[in-house]
Design a protein around this ligand. Sequence first.
Ligand code: J2J
Length: 557
Amino acid sequence: MADDWARWPEEFERRYRADGYWRDETLGELPRAWARRSGDATALVAGDRRISYAELDAEADDLAAGLATLGLAAGDRVILHLPNRAELVTVLFALARLGAVPVLALPAHRRTEIEHFARLSDAVAYVIADRHEGFDYRDLAGELTEAVGSLRHVLVAGEAGPFTALDAVAAAGAAARRRGEAAGPAGASPPGARAPDAGAPRQDPAGVALMLISGGTTGKPKLIPRTHRDYAYNARASAAVAGLAAADVYLAALPAAHNFPLACPGILGTLGAGGTVVLAASASPDVAFRLIAAERVTVTALVPALARMWTDAAGWERPDLTSLRLLQVGGARLDEGLAREIPGALGCAVQQVFGMAEGLLNFTRLDDPPDLVATTQGRPLADADELRVVDGEGAEVAPTEVGELWTRGPYTIRGYYRAAAHNAVTFTSDGFYRTGDLVRRLPSGHLVVEGRVKDVINRGGEKISAGELEEELLAHPAIAQAAVVGIADETVGESICAVVVPPPGAEPPGLGQLRGHLVERGLARIKLPDRLVVLDALPLTAVGKIDKKELRRRLDR
Ligand code: J2J
């Protein structure tokens, strides 16, 4: 994988290690250390399963051994496409132990997205749930294994159908371990290189531990390579900022494959602190409120649209939320009114989080004055986070002026995976990531997100690349030109509006037809347009590009 992603230059590596951001640790080893520390304590609650730290560690070993028996090895890419089930966590650690690299697809992704990830990464395996929310992932797996030659294995949490059950993989691994066979591929490492009790060769803390999905910039979603030590830091430092301790119970209500609930501090941060993680199958208030009351949940994380829903629902359902002490809200701009309403309605403090899977995280702090918590999106996690707020020419704007945020630091990537051309424009030559977000920086260091320059729609925290959707629209025979823009929406923040021009004489599709066409093409439903506008021509800028500003202005009227 060495040429497929950009490492930090040596000088930064030395600094981040010397300053204690990066430790000599790998994600695969973490559960072992946690099991020594909190063996019998409950690590994970998922459905009717309660898994102790010791069991989590043992299950990761069994799965790692079983996966190795199937031929999976260090460096292999594996698409992990699981809703919030225990296997998301156990398989993640098992793969990390083997040195195989999970690609964390979101449950909403469909054939278009998964096929893209599988091809881009040459994935050898696809890990799915049997069914979730009315969708049978095994059908998708069948289509994918036909389409993508590199996919050799489909592993299923639940009823395997024609594929391999993860339970069977774990059982085979357990048997192999009892027979004393190593989990790692034979001969992969010289004698003595194996950790005495790990069963697999030790992984390089500087290597890629997992890949997250980008929120979409231009075109198809990019893969974000996160290394063991940067991601371990990300989770640990986030846990400290959220004040997590062993007594905490974290509810993963958002899809756990997303950076926010996975490691900011989320699942990894909570386990690192010795707390308990509760996986919710859905973030709906009825499911979540029941779990909060039953498991005495203390911390959770939501996008603003869900925070709104919970706040409203709490008004009439009167759930027992007395255990809840902190609600993190991020992924899209939280409006001030809601930020001020939450503590009264849900009985907990608010922490605003402005984060990105590429790295940089900003948090309001637990001891920030209420006004800062209600009106800003927080300040950077690490002292080593370097931020520039720049104008269109890349020059720093005056303090407190609005500009684009550029950043680099100990947990912000230096480039996307296998994306040289895109990296050349998204990263500066000195390694800053151009976030595409417009921010204002206050004297306290807190940021206020004011908008964005990237052509992305943020629909209730789901990021939709306008370019990707436009490409899909243009595949429709009755669409000659297409532009996708976000329209202000009370419930989801921004809704998706497709503006299309039919070819001369053609009858344009209706919204329902168009959505059907996109589903048919295998696009995730979260990307479907909410609104369709048919025009004779699109407004153009002086240089002949589609003038989205003008388009938005016309649509807002
Ligand atoms: C406005 N826009 C925000 C906020 C993210 C924690 C929280 C969120 C994400 C995330 C994450 C925002 N106000 N509070 O990974 O660990 C928009 C910005 C940003 C993009 C990143 C985490 N919080 N955003 O949302 O990779 O535009 O990560 O660049 O999905 O979401 O999206 P994503």
